[in-house]
Design a protein around this ligand. Structure first.
Ligand code: NAD
Ligand code: LMR
Length: 338
C-alpha cells in the first residue's frame, strides 16, 4: 500500500540552512527511502524568492519521494497538517555577537509559530528549534502551544554532539563510528557541558584511551578541560570567525540526524545521543526548561537516559548552563513574550 506522505514544514527555507536541508530531506536522508514527503516552505517577504528558487530546483532534481512543495508567507498555511516542523528561520549571529544577543530579535518569531502549530499541525507533530537561541526559542514555541504535549518540542544540540565526536575522533585517531555515549548537557551556547565521563571508544573508556594517547591521566584531564570542552562549546564562534558566517551544512546534517533518530529510532547498540527536550525535572533541571540531555529513541519519541552519576564538578557545569537557560527564560518573560 502506498505510504501517506509526511508533511515537513521548514521555516526560513530560503536561507542557508534551509537550502542545505531541502534536498537531503527530499532525497530521503531524514525520513528514510520508504517515506514520501510534502514540503511546506515558510518565509518572510525578503526570503520568498530564494525559497521559490529552491522549489524550482527541487522540481528539477526529480526526487521520487517528493510529492509537492509549497512556498508561503502564512504560518497557518505552512503548518497545516504538519508532521515535522523544522524551525530554522531566525536572524543568525554575526562576528562578535553572542547567541543571547538574538533573544529579543527572535523571540517574537517563535511565539506566533508555536500558536500556528497548535492551531494547524497534525496531532503527531514533532518540532525542532534550530534558529538561535534554539533552546529558548523552543520554550517560547511550546508556551504558545499549551495543548500540544511538551514531548513534541525539542531544540537542536545534535550539532554540538557531532562536534564532540569529531574532536574525540581526531584526538584519538579513531573513527567516530566506535564512539558511544557522549553527552551534551544544557544550552546550545558557550556554557554547554560536553561530557565524556560515560563515553567509550571501541568498547573502552574514552578517558583511558585519551590517557594512553596523550601521556597519562593528568594530560587527558587537562586536554578535556582546556581544549575539548571550550573547543566544542565555542565551535559555532570558531566557524563564524573562519567562514565569516555561521555553520550551515553541518547544522543541516545535525538536524537530519536529530529528526531521523527521533522518527525512525536509534539502534540500542549505538548508545545514546544528545537532544534538548522539555525537562520534567530530570537531573535537577527545572521543569519546563528546554535543556540538552542524553537521549535514546525507539522511534515513538526521545527518552532521557536517567540515573547517570554526575560528580560534583560535572554537576556544577550542568548547573551553570541551566542557570543561563533560566536567565534566558526570565529575560523573555521580562520582554512580555512568555
Ligand atoms: P539565514 O539568514 O541564511 O536564513 C534565515 C532565513 O530565515 C532567511 O531566509 C530569513 O528570511 C528567514 N526568516 C527570518 N524570519 C523568519 C520568520 N519569521 N519566518 C520564516 N522565515 C524567517 O540563516 P541560517 O544560516 O539559515 O541560520 C538560521 C538560524 O539557525 C540562525 O538563527 C542560526 O543562528 C541558527 N543555527 C543554529 C544552529 C544549531 O545548532 N542550533 C546551527 C547553525 C545555525
Ligand atoms: C552554531 O553553533 O554553529 C550555531 O549556533 C551558529 C552560532 O551562532 O554559533
Amino acid at each position: 500500500m502506498a505510504q501517506t506522505p509526511t508533511t515537513v514544514t521548514i521555516t526560513g527555507a530560503g536561507g542557508q540552512i534551509g537550502y542545505a536541508l531541502l534536498f537531503r530531506i527530499a532525497a530521503g536522508d531524514m525520513l528514510g527511502p520508504d517515506r514520501p514527503v510534502r514540503l511546506r516552505l515558510l518565509e518572510i517577504p525578503q526570503g520568498v524568492r530564494a525559497a521559490e528558487g529552491a522549489a524550482l530546483e527541487l522540481q528539477d532534481a526529480a526526487f521520487p519521494l517528493l510529492r509537492d512543495v509549497e512556498v508561503t508567507e502564512s504560518a497557518d498555511v505552512a503548518f497545516h497538517g504538519c508532521n515535522i516542523a523544522l524551525l530554522v528561520g531566525a536572524r543568525p549571529r554575526g562576528p562578535g555577537m553572542e547567541r543571547s544577543d538574538l533573544l529579543a530579535a527572535n523571540a517574537v518569531i517563535f511565539g506566533p509559530q508555536g500558536a500556528a502549530i497548535a492551531g494547524h499541525a497534525a496531532a503527531d507533530v514533532r518540532v525542532v528549534a534550530v534558529g538561535n537561541p534554539a533552546n529558548t526559542n523552543a520554550l517560547i514555541a511550546r508556551a504558545a502551544a499549551p495543548d500540544v504535549p511538551s514531548h513534541r518540542f525539542s531544540a537542536l544540540t545534535r550539532l554540538d554532539h557531532n562536534r564532540a565526536l569529531g574532536q574525540l575522533s581526531a584526538a584519538l585517531d579513531r573513527s567516530v563510528d566506535g564512539i558511544r555515549n557522549v553527552t551534551i548537557w544544557g544550552n546550545h551556547s558557550a556554557t554547554q557541558f560536553p561530557d565524556v565521563a560515560h563515553a567509550t571508544v571501541d568498547g573502552a573508556p574514552v578517558f583511558d584511551a585519551l590517557a594512553a594517547r596523550l601521556g597519562g591521566p593528568d594530560a587527558a584531564a587537562r586536554w578535556l578541560d582546556e581544549t575539548f570542552i571550550p573547543r566544542v562549546a565555542k565551535r559555532g564562534a570558531e566557524i563564524i570567525a573562519v567562514r565569516g558566517s555561521s555553520s550551515v551544512a553541518s547544522a543541516a546534517n545535525a538536524t537530519i540526524d536529530h529528526v531521523r533518530d527521533w522518527v525512525r529510532g536509534r539502534p540500542a547498540d549505538r548508545g545514546w545521543t544528545s537532544a534538548a527536550l522539555v525537562s520534567r525535572g530530570e537531573y535537577g533541571v527545572p521543569e519546563g526548561l528546554v535543556s540538552s540531555f542524553p537521549v535514546t529513541s525507539d522511534g515513538t519519541g526521545y527518552r532521557i537516559v536517567e540515573g547517570l552519576d554526575l560528580d560534583a564538578r560535572a554537576a556544577r557545569l550542568v548547573e551553570a548552563s541551566v542557570a543561563e537557560l533560566i536567565a534566558e527564560r526570565d529575560a523573555v518573560r521580562e520582554l512580555g513574550i512568555l
